[in-house]
Design a protein around this ligand. Structure first.
Ligand SMILES: CC(C)(COP(=O)(O)OP(=O)(O)OC[C@H]1O[C@@H](n2cnc3c(N)ncnc32)[C@H](O)[C@@H]1OP(=O)(O)O)[C@@H](O)C(=O)NCCC(=O)NCCS
Length: 163
């Protein structure tokens, strides 16, 4: 098997799982001491890109971030934990789920991002399939398919409006 065929061998969700932890510092916060939403989005994007890169073994660019709710204020000194993994691969794109925990809070939140694998010149590359191995991974895989349809419809609607 040549190198490019090996690169397209299906991989488990486990292989893409990534974790990041950040302590909220004053520079990450607004004057009220609450974490800036934009900083959290940056961390979510980084955590998501890690999983996408681990899975595809290529450079990746962020194509979209689904909507995000900020459920609880996160304070200076809090420890934020982000866990990510690939939910589903389409052709050159993959949906990654990122879960965010704030240690000591009960609630957590999730974000779904789509990354596209590209080479150094920015040309899109096919991504190996991801194989769900348990019920939870299977549920995420199926949900990702439904979300993709919604995204495509929404994108088409926005493009139509811009014409
Ligand atoms: C993302 C990007 C590569 C898609 O390019 P494009 O010309 O729209 O390409 P295509 O229409 O062929 O789509 C390529 C894939 O991306 C997916 N895609 C494109 N736009 C998308 C969007 N808004 N949301 C989710 N997926 C999207 C397509 O469904 C397709 O997936 P598939 O190959 O798995 O079926 C291009 O829009 C781009 O380079 N955007 C800028 C990325 C960037 O700079 N991100 C921030 C910094 S990393």
């Amino acid at each position: 098997m040549n190198d490019s065929a090996v690169l397209l061998n299906p991989r488990s969700v486990r292989d893409s799982q990534s974790e990041m932890a950040e302590i909220v510092l004053p520079n990450d916060a607004n004057p009220l001491g609450a974490l800036l939403g934009g900083r959290l989005m940056h961390w979510i994007d980084l955590a998501g890109a890690m999983a996408a890169h681990r899975h595809s073994r290529h450079y990746v660019v962020t194509a979209s971030i689904d909507h995000l709710d900020f459920l609880v204020p996160v304070r200076v000194g809090d420890l934020v934990i982000l866990r990510s993994s690939v939910n589903r691969v389409f052709r050159t794109s993959m949906e990654v789920g990122v879960k965010v925990w704030v240690e000591n809070y009960i609630s957590d939140s999730s974000a779904y991002l789509t990354y596209v694998a590209v080479d150094r010149e920015g040309c899109r590359l096919p991504v190996p399939a991801v194989v769900p191995e348990d019920d939870e991974e299977q549920r995420r895989y199926e949900d990702a398919g439904r979300r993709r349809e919604i995204r495509r419809t929404e994108l088409e609607r926005r493009r139509h409006r811009m014409r």
